[in-house]
Design a protein around this ligand. Structure first.
Ligand code: NAD
Length: 150
């Protein structure tokens, strides 16, 4: 994907895996993050099985699949997953409190130049937008304070 070398996906479910696969297929190194290591690894394993199925069906060359899968790693630690990521995609379920918590944490640990995005369902854009706006204004404050201190 043009301009991105490293990405973090928060939520290794249906959407997170699909986005991880798309990005890895474009040459992006992806950290696939979930609430704990077992869930993150289960997401990575399911993605790997989907890709292997595509190879068996003749939809994807095996060498390309291997290169794609080598770019995806599982991660349980959000801060470690987003460290160095130029693109962060939040893809967790539509639970406002969970969205708020994740966005608060992203605001604290994602790089100042990182592009932060949310994958959300129709009709609930306002929830993550609200959580993201609140968290990002805190991040802007953090960045301004850091610049002022430098
Ligand atoms: N599945 C669809 O067809 C579809 C379509 C459009 C939009 N969406 C939206 O995409 C988002 C994700 O949906 P999905 O279908 O992939 O959900 P999913 O239930 O398949 O996966 C969500 C994943 O997020 C993880 N998660 C939950 N809380 C977390 C946290 N605090 N930190 C890290 N990971 C956490 C869960 O363990 C799970 O693996 C939702 O907002 C949904 O509305 C889904």
């Amino acid at each position: 994907m043009d301009g991105f070398e490293r990405a973090a996906i928060v939520g290794a479910g249906t959407m997170g895996r699909g986005i991880a696969r798309l990005l890895a297929g474009q040459g992006v190194a992806v950290s696939l993050c979930d609430r704990d290591e077992a869930l993150a690894e289960a997401g990575r394993a399911t993605l790997a099985e989907d890709v292997r199925s595509a190879v068996r069906r003749g939809e994807l060359p095996a060498d390309e699949a291997a290169r794609m899968l080598a770019r995806v790693r599982s991660a349980a630690d959000l801060a470690a997953a987003v460290d160095g990521a130029e693109l962060v995609v939040e893809a967790i379920p539509e639970v406002l409190e969970a969205k708020r918590e994740v966005w608060q944490r992203l605001a604290g640990c994602a790089g100042g130049e990182a592009v932060l995005t949310t994958k959300t369902g129709a009709g609930v854009y306002q929830w993550p937008a609200e959580a993201a706006r609140a968290a990002l204004s805190q991040r802007d404050e953090r960045l301004r304070s850091r610049e002022a201190a430098d």
